[in-house]
Design a binder for this molecule. Structure first.
Ligand SMILES: *Cc1c(COP(=O)(O)O)cnc(C)c1O
Length: 383
């Protein structure tokens, strides 16, 4: 059964983004593709093979459920890392399936060592250090006991990384906080090294890697940028306008488009209220198209009277309220429009485009939220 809309993933765009980002981080740095939030709405099942075809060999997910979904899709030699939730009851499953995971408290470390010892298989772990995000991570006080635990239980642990995460590298207002985190991270890594514990270092997300090259280290955890979306307007401007960058054209291409078709057409006369309530009053004779997508499908109600779509290469404004399953657009200036015409909600058509950034500005959502909230049920096709 078809859905009322569909999402297209552009293989060529992804290939370009990944090559560009790889070039930015250099060939000695590992590219970890972050696919939490259903691959930022792109669909874990559709995205993994696509990214693997672009040379990605490591994916980072949020929890065991996402890891479980990734496990059945990925190639045998592709690695997985769980960044967040892993119940104690799921640790054994993760170890058996050779899924690495972040360790950010001593409870998890203890449970991991105990499980690895019991099932006689090494656990792959990344030690996450608290440097100032104040979310998850081991504090300075935790380090001495953790160091001795790791050293004592070396045969049960495969230490794959030492890492941290920045508190908003996409905004200059966090500059000092991020710089302090960086310094603290380097200090902690030195302490660990002195204690005889070393592993690849990683700290950067997209914004950090693209703004502060010293955060790139041995691996980058790229989320949003691989999908062709800048973490923020600031990061985009920093990269496009700085002299070092050579004032280049936008190298990131949006991978995702969201499309549907015109469901129905009607003409209304001047003085007619359109759709629920009094949100829109037609002041002239208007041709309207009904679009079979609503807030239930992820098309935000805040786009009422505000959003726009593309039909036949022209922009058509949303008129009136966005309903649960549909909304209306003004197609008075779309000649030849017919029921069944393709409607672009996000993406390109002809010379025009509706970017994720412009869409999220109108809905007051950040890019991340808009993308990751696109419902699972919308079919994803690779083009
Ligand atoms: C989400 C996430 C990332 C990726 O962030 P982007 O800004 O999308 O690149 C990296 N590391 C951690 C720990 C994350 O949670």
């Amino acid at each position: 059964m078809e859905n009322t809309s569909w999402i297209e993933l552009n293989r060529k765009a992804l290939n370009k983004n990944i090559s560009y980002l790889k070039q930015r981080i250099g060939s000695n740095c590992v590219f970890a593709s972050v696919i939490k939030g259903n691959a930022y709405g792109h669909g874990i099942e559709q995205y993994i093979p696509l990214a693997e075809a672009c040379g990605i060999k490591l994916f980072a997910v949020y929890d065991a459920y996402e890891a479980y979904r990734a496990l059945s899709i990925k190639k045998a030699d592709t690695g997985l890392i769980i960044l967040g939730l892993l119940d104690q009851s799921q640790i054994e499953w993760a170890i058996i399936n050779e899924i690495a995971f972040f360790v950010f408290d001593s409870d998890r470390l203890n449970a991991t060592i105990e499980t690895a010892r019991r099932i006689k298989k090494k656990a792959r772990i990344h030690i996450e250090l608290e440097t100032g995000l104040n979310r998850t991570g081991l504090d300075a006080d935790d380090l001495p006991p953790i160091i001795s635990l790791i050293k004592k239980n070396g045969r049960y642990l495969s230490l794959q990384g030492i890492c941290t995460h920045y508190a908003g590298a996409e905004s200059i207002s966090n500059y000092l906080r991020v710089q302090n985190q960086y310094k603290l991270f380097i200090d902690y890594c030195k302490t660990l090294k002195k204690a005889g514990i070393s592993a690849p270092h990683h700290s950067a997300c997209s914004a950090a890697a693209l703004t502060y090259p010293n955060t790139i280290m041995d691996m980058v955890r790229f989320g949003i940028a691989q999908y062709g979306i800048w973490p923020s307007m600031e990061t985009k401007m920093h990269n496009l306008l700085s002299e070092e960058s050579g004032f280049r054209r936008n190298p990131l291409k949006a991978v995702l488009s969201w499309k549907t078709r015109v469901m129905s057409l009607k003409t209304v006369m001047p003085g007619t209220f359109v759709n629920y309530g009094n949100a829109f009053l037609a002041t002239s004779k208007m041709r309207l198209a009904t679009i079979p997508v609503g807030y239930h499908h992820g098309y935000s109600r805040s786009l009422s009277n505000t959003g726009h779509v593309l039909i036949r290469g022209r922009k058509a404004d949303v008129v009136g309220m966005v309903n649960m399953n549909m909304f209306m657009v003004d197609v008075s200036r779309v000649p030849g429009i017919e029921v069944g015409d393709e409607v672009v909600l996000i993406g390109k058509q002809g010379d025009l485009s509706i970017t994720v950034a412009s869409f999220s500005e109108l809905t007051k959502m950040i890019n991340y939220e808009l993308l990751s909230r696109l419902p699972y049920q919308i079919p994803r096709h690779v083009v």
